[in-house]
Design a protein. Sequence first.
Length: 127
Amino acid sequence: MDEQQMIRLVRRTVADQNGTLFDDQAVTDALAMFAADSDAHRVKLAAADLLDQIAVSEVMVSKKITTQDLSTDGTAVSKELREHAKRLRGEVAAEKAQDDPDVGFFHVIPDGASARLEGEERSAWPR
């Protein structure tokens, strides 16, 4: 996936198709923070990061305002944005868990430091 396609997908995920909320450099910076991940994961994680930025801004700017015929609740909007970001991060975590070959298995670690049998009680006094 090329950089421009990833930028478009991030913008679509955060509902910023016109670029009114973030310029290309901000989206590119968000993608760069997750360079070690796959492209699909980078898109979701960058979008989650940008949604968190919008949520913080919404709380700081909008707050809860009521006038004669208009009411806004920045904290409620912020909460929804943070939940959406959390869902995106959860999707990435679930996808990474599915890709991990060790999920669902256990590793046996040999215990060579003890001469006792497994489950054997330790005596109070050394013999």
